[in-house]
Design a protein around this ligand. Structure first.
Ligand code: GLU
Length: 424
């Protein structure tokens, strides 16, 4: 495999600093006491491991793996694991803190954590990925646990990685332990509706926000950046609401058609085309930067961090941004978007549908009884709608953006939990 570093993301701002600047602002508005502030500003635990893996050619490669537990004040820490060459400690720290706030926003009994392995999964065989996942699980055996820290899929990981992780952990414990992770395949204790859950939550919060803005879905247009699990399913479900999806994109670039793109066809194409949209037939090709600046009503950044920054925020024409990705907008960009009256449904609310159904999966694993897809959808939709209304009400009360309101709602809950438990 190759070890070339990918080109740095253009105009990148530090995601941990972006997270902290929102946290600081919300903490100030809330009048958060100094003690709680000090506890919550630093992650509770940071684990970095070296993972030796025998590659298919017989050589041993050593990969770097991370797990950051930001907080366990509200319950066991929860959050995904990503496989990417971009993984680095500051990113994982920010993502772990976002999980704390996300779980609190939707009111599920978890703290926040995140993990990652610096690797290029596309250049690795299935066997190499399995050995890497098992090595990581073994190295994190004392970190993970159904009542301690519960991983899940994130960028470039999915049900197969979670199955290996669950299997390895169960072998180490000598005990079948499905609740150690979520996002598992259905046949191994996964939950109905988990695969669609994040995209479905994006659609539900987009609908709620369109209602507040008076945007008629039957007349609105939308662009979706990113065509992985979150982007593709968000696009599909938003299209079913009547919006015209005029552009989609993935690592191969953007695909634009003012007449609208058939998302089902794009998903089928991607699935038969080795996982990318390369060669997909659209009216024209655009870049991943241009897709953000299209003249659409709704923009869904569902790719990765730091896509909307101070460098391009002023060029955004959408009235509504719904953040499918974690951290797609930098704190500096927020100021410009607020100034321009662009409503942003923040990541810690918009993409919380995934972790909400992860919670349902964990509950089902613990009780050993499985819900219908209809029940999962109904409960997740209700959770997302309630969370949206709670955040919207806080934004009205405090006169802030939805983002700062979401942080206020979250920090208020986590700091109360901390106060009851005490620091000693
Ligand atoms: N990786 C997803 C997220 O960022 C899901 C986490 C989970 O289900 O625990 O929200």
């Amino acid at each position: 495999m190759s070890y070339q570093e990918p080109a740095p993301i253009k105009n990148q701002e530090n995601p941990f600093e972006s997270m902290m600047s929102r946290f600081d602002e919300a903490a100030r508005i809330l009048g958060l006491d100094k003690n709680s502030y000090n506890v919550l500003k630093s992650p509770a635990k940071t684990v970095i491991v070296s993972l030796p893996v025998i590659m298919d050619d017989g050589t041993v490669q050593v990969f770097e793996g991370y797990r950051v537990v930001h907080s366990q004040a509200m319950g066991p820490s929860k959050g995904g694991i990503r496989y990417s060459m971009d993984v680095h400690l500051d990113e994982v720290k920010a993502l772990a803190a976002w999980m704390t706030w996300k779980c609190a926003v939707v009111g599920i009994p978890y703290g926040g954590g995140k993990g990652g392995i610096k690797c290029d999964p596309r250049s690795m065989s299935k066997g190499e990925l399995e050995r890497l996942t098992r090595a990581y699980t073994g190295a994190m055996r004392d970190v993970f646990g159904p009542e301690k820290d519960i991983p899940a899929p994130d960028m470039n990981t999915g049900p197969q990685e979670m199955a290996w992780l669950m299997d390895e952990y169960s072998k180490i414990q000598g005990l079948y332990t499905p609740a150690v992770t979520t996002g598992k395949p259905l046949v191994l204790g996964g939950s109905s509706g988990r695969v669609e859950a994040t995209g479905r939550g994006v659609m539900v919060t987009a609908r709620a926000a369109m209602g507040k803005l008076g945007i008629n879905p039957m007349e609105a247009t939308c662009a979706v950046q990113g065509f992985g699990n979150v982007g593709s399913i968000s696009a599909k479900l938003i299209q079913l609401q009547g919006l015209k999806i005029v552009a989609i994109s993935d690592i191969t670039g953007g695909y634009y058609d003012p007449k609208g793109i058939d998302i089902e066809a794009a998903i089928a194409y991607r699935n038969q085309n080795g996982g990318t949209l390369e060669g997909f037939n659209a009216e024209s090709r655009i870049t991943n930067e241009e897709i953000l600046e299209l003249d659409v009503d709704v923009l869904v950044p569902a790719a990765m961090e730091d896509q909307i920054t101070k460098h391009n925020a002023a060029k955004i024409k959408a009235k509504l941004i719904v953040e499918g990705a974690n951290g797609p907008t930098s704190a500096n960009a927020d100021l410009i978007l607020n100034e321009n009256n662009v409503m942003v449904v923040p990541d810690i609310l918009a993409n919380a549908g995934g972790v909400t159904v992860s919670y349902f999966e964990w509950v089902q694993n613990k009780i050993g009884y499985y819900w219908t897809e209809e029940r999962v959808h109904r409960r997740a939709d209700r959770t997302m709608k309630q969370a949206f209304e709670e955040v919207y009400a806080a934004s009205q009360k405090y006169g802030t953006s939805l983002r700062i309101a979401a942080y206020i709602v979250a920090i208020d809950k986590v700091s109360k939990a901390l106060a009851y438990r005490g620091v000693f």
